[in-house]
Design a protein around this ligand. Structure first.
Ligand code: EPS
Length: 379
């Protein structure tokens, strides 16, 4: 079973990701991991911290001559802004952070909570996802995350292949599919920065080339839509997750929600097995299983909780009202979150691939994947 966990504090020595369950023999390109880490640091709206950090993943264990060994892989991202021992505590919890609930729950200082609750930890999740998704490429799968809304502005975009959309996304400082909108969105973010306020947004992640049969209807905690929703919701500042039509499905009649099933034996894409769905309102998942269509997930990110003009709070020493503490932070981290979500979703897909096709060596896994395609085509 593929799984990972992370360790590390925002201003501690660094962030560790421990990935266990990858098959042996998988070629690992650390440049791909570093490219995702660099993208995560970018995007318009970030604060001063990203001028300090230059995130790179150091492979500490689990590989030999560029290939996995089938043993746990530990990835280390060093923090340049390591100064946790010199940092003071906060006295006035920031609404929207874990400051108040964490300090009460752990009977201790706010610093001890915020250091781990910080989104710095997502460097570890991106490293883990960017590692694990390297087994998706040989199976013809790819994932793309992009920003579709910032605050009140919905970003229009046109149709295109995943590669065309990736090229557009990579031209955009907002990581959207419409770089022409960048100036308008940057002005909005600048306005919020000067007002001491912050902005959230909506992110979409698409995974293409997905075969039939990842996930299962048979048990609730192995349904792939459920696993994806948990992975996405567990990213800092995410408050909503939708798959396919999501909440909009509740507002439409069934005849306008479900995707008709057609068959065309001339269909080229191997993963669809010739089945055609003229719409993809299900977002590639029916009964917790993939149906050969692209997986489409959307997430709502709340605005960053550290405000330049802080909200009302309480001084925990005096219990008197005071405005919340302020610490250097981002204004809009929605572009960065699109990188995080792309990688956490890709990790869940890789986990489901291993659940279904397994194997100790990657070649065994690919052979089982091929055999399944043949058997499913005969079915
Ligand atoms: C964060 C506060 C800021 C962000 C940080 C998340 O850090 P700092 O307090 O050091 O300025 O930059 O995100 C990262 C460090 C990162 O690498 O994403 C918070 O409070 O969650």
């Amino acid at each position: 079973m593929l799984q990972y966990s992370t360790a590390g504090e925002s201003h501690g020595r660094g962030i560790l990701a421990l990935v266990d369950g990858l098959p042996a023999g998988l070629e690992i390109d650390t440049k791909l991991i570093d490219a995702e880490l660099a993208r995560r640091q970018g995007g318009y709206g970030r604060g001063g911290r990203q001028q300090i950090e230059t995130d790179r993943a150091e492979l500490l264990t689990g590989t030999w001559r560029g290939q996995t060994l089938g043993s746990p892989v530990a990835l280390w991202v060093h923090n340049r802004d390591y100064r946790i021992e010199q940092m003071d505590d906060l006295e006035r919890p920031r609404p929207g952070h874990g400051d108040l609930s964490g300090a009460v729950k752990y009977l201790g200082p706010i610093r001890a909570i915020l250091e781990r609750a910080s989104a710095r930890e997502t460097a570890g999740r991106v490293a883990a996802g960017a590692l694990a998704r390297q087994l998706l490429a040989p199976l013809g799968m790819s994932a793309l995350g992009y920003v579709v809304e910032i605050g009140p502005i919905a970003i229009e975009s046109g149709p295109g292949t995943i590669d065309e959309h990736r090229a557009l996304r990579d031209q955009s400082e907002l990581y959207s599919l419409n770089p022409k909108e960048d100036d308008r969105l940057k002005n909005l973010i600048d306005q919020f920065r000067s007002d001491g306020d912050t902005l959230g947004g909506v992110i979409e992640v698409r995974v293409e080339g997905v075969p039939f049969g990842l996930g299962t209807h048979a048990q609730w905690d192995r349904k792939l839509d459920g696993r994806i929703a948990q992975a996405v919701m567990a990213v800092q500042a995410i408050k909503g997750v939708e798959i396919g039509l999501g909440f909009d499905a509740a507002r439409r009649p069934g005849s306008e929600v479900h995707d008709p099933i057609q068959f065309d034996p001339r269909q080229k894409a191997m993963n669809t097995l010739g089945f055609v769905r003229p719409t993809n309102h299900a977002g590639g998942l029916e009964a917790g299983m993939t149906n050969g269509q692209p997986i489409v997930v959307r997430a709502a990110m709340k605005p960053i909780a550290t405000l330049g003009q802080p909200l009302e709070s309480i001084n925990l020493q005096t219990k008197k009202p005071e405005n919340a503490s302020y610490e250097r932070s981002d204004i809009c981290a929605v572009p960065a979150a699109s990188v995080i979500l792309e990688n956490v979703v890709a990790f869940e897909v890789a986990r489901a691939v291993i659940d279904k096709f397994g194997g100790d060596h990657v070649d065994e896994m690919v052979a089982r994947w091929r055999l399944f395609q043949e058997m499913a085509a005969r079915r």
